[in-house]
Design a protein around this ligand. Structure first.
Ligand code: AP5
Length: 214
């Protein structure tokens, strides 16, 4: 199954993406994680992306299309993949459809996670992430250890108030039209399924799995 997770910053794409991918037995591809790893390693791609990411702006489409192409061609993704935040502009949606068609595959569903801006700001303001495996946490201080891999929890630079505000605006301006694009193309491909992202993390996972019939 090929699933795309869409939703504003803090909606829980990363949290739910990991759970849904584990349930389906397919890998999770999160462009945010790929880019943060590149920044950490100081690769040319990471150095080019850092400024956009720190401000909460989108990284240029050609960078994202390159990541998509490379990841989807890997044997591990052949049976399906959970694409977490991989599409945020209409050219990226068109690009993904093309890459998948070239591989003889298609998107099965777009899961859209919804929450109010107040809830998103509250979540992002309280988040720390593992600097190694990137697992997000709530209510854990920077400097504490990651339960999964023992890495150190840090605050993301784009979780500062000005960057959070910008990310919410960028979502409305550049990513909301992607939803219209998928709705307009629903007949030819992926179903668009909305998931209420507010509630206990387990409950949201159950809603998402139910929406995709699992
Ligand atoms: P990315 O890392 O994907 O950031 P984002 O989209 O802003 O999403 P977040 O990771 O902030 O939130 P999330 O929805 O994954 O929520 P999470 O599960 O962590 O991208 C970062 C940057 O990379 C972008 O700004 C851009 O610059 C660049 N980029 C990436 N992809 C790109 C693309 N395709 N095109 C261009 N640029 C791109 O949860 C948030 C918090 O809430 C956590 O603390 C979590 O524990 C908590 N939480 C989760 N679920 C619940 C719940 N049900 N109840 C209470 N708390 C919850």
């Amino acid at each position: 199954m090929h699933l795309l997770l869409l939703g504003p910053p803090g909606a829980g794409k990363g949290t739910q993406g990991a759970r849904i991918a584990a349930k389906l037995g397919v890998p999770q591809l999160a462009t945010g994680d790929v880019l943060r790893a590149a920044v950490k390693e100081g690769t040319p791609q990471g150095l080019a992306a850092k400024g956009y990411m720190d401000r909460g702006d989108l990284v240029p489409d050609d960078v994202i299309l390159g990541i998509m192409k490379e990841a989807l061609a890997k044997p591990a993704a052949a049976k399906g993949v959970v694409l977490d935040g991989v599409v945020r502009t209409v050219p990226q949606a068109e690009g993904l459809a093309k890459v998948l068609a070239e591989l003889g595959r298609k998107l099965d569903a777009v899961l859209v996670f919804n929450a109010s801006d107040e809830e998103l700001v509250r979540r992002l303001g309280g988040r720390t992430v593992c600097d190694s495996c990137q697992t997000p946490y709530t209510g854990r201080a920077p400097g504490t250890r990651c339960e999964k891999c023992g890495g150190t929890l840090v605050r993301r630079k784009d979780d500062e108030p000005a960057a959070i505000l910008n990310r919410l605006q960028v979502f409305q301006k550049q990513t909301a039209p992607v939803l219209q694009w998928y709705r307009a193309h629903e007949g030819q491909g992926a179903r668009v399924l909305h998931v209420d992202a507010v509630g206990a993390i387990d409950e949201v996972t159950q809603r998402a799995l139910k929406a995709i019939g699992r």
